[in-house]
Design a protein around this ligand. Structure first.
Ligand code: HEM
Length: 206
């Protein structure tokens, strides 16, 4: 109860804390890069770090609604946009690093990777959806789009499957961790099974 009262009163500070928590790993990564602590394959380290960050933020974003519902903490819903935008930021940095450092910034190589490798195709589809959600996440567009906004934002559930599968497919050994991510994503979707029966025409996102 005390926590709830504090959070309701200080929602802006809470949001600031979430911004800082989301930005901190990137600052740490920048420091590790600057001090050359990225290990034997720095590009792979950077790609994995940012990819995992994006996936974690995606799942955290999807935890908000069930948590808000279970605790009757409706105000928590206000944090979804910022968490979702941070997920997009990590995903963009992840792809940017792969494109710039692995594929030396060549668009043709990126396109051929997207076409040739199924796990990259899934990642690209997820990124396209995340970009669309990010662009339309602001209030004036939300109002202008009306019910189409909700329909579009229900595509986040597809992203919740695409990204863990993208991860699973990208690894050659050590399938335990990606399998756990797939299970977590399925669990979060299971919590919404009633809504998902009508997907993508589900009313409201939860
Ligand atoms: C055009 C879009 C994308 C491309 C080109 C891409 C590329 C890659 C590459 C090259 C890897 C590493 C594979 C390896 O180790 O050999 C990877 C892994 C990964 N990506 Fe992506 N990705 C894309 C989209 C995304 C998105 C949108 C997310 C999350 C929101 C994401 C999350 C991950 C994760 C979690 C991993 C596994 C990291 C690990 O092994 O620790 N990717 N991706």
């Amino acid at each position: 109860m005390i926590i709830k009262t504090w959070l309701v009163k200080h929602i802006s500070q809470f949001k600031l804390l979430l911004h800082l928590a989301a930005a901190a790993p990137l600052c740490w990564l920048a420091w590790q890069t600057y001090t050359e602590q990225l290990g034997g394959d720095p590009v792979q380290y950077l790609t994995h770090f940012t990819g995992k960050g994006g996936l974690n933020l995606l799942l955290i974003t999807l935890c908000v609604s069930p948590l808000a519902k279970a605790m009757k903490w409706g105000f928590l819903l206000q944090t979804r946009r910022l968490l979702g935008l941070w997920c997009l930021a990590y995903a963009l940095i992840h792809v940017g690093i792969f494109w710039w450092l692995d594929l030396i910034g060549r668009v043709d190589l990126l396109l051929s990777e997207v076409i040739k490798r199924p796990y990259i195709s899934l990642g690209a589809l997820a990124l396209m959806i995340l970009i669309a959600l990010g662009i339309t996440s602001f209030n004036h567009l939300r109002r202008r789009m009306g019910r189409h906004w909700q329909r579009l934002h229900n595509w986040v559930y597809l992203v919740a499957i695409l990204v863990p599968v993208h991860y699973y497919w990208s690894v050659r050994s050590g399938l335990t961790e990606p399998s756990i991510y797939i299970l977590l994503a399925l669990l979060l979707l299971l919590l919404r099974y009633r809504k998902l029966l009508h997907w993508p025409l589900t009313k409201g996102i939860g």
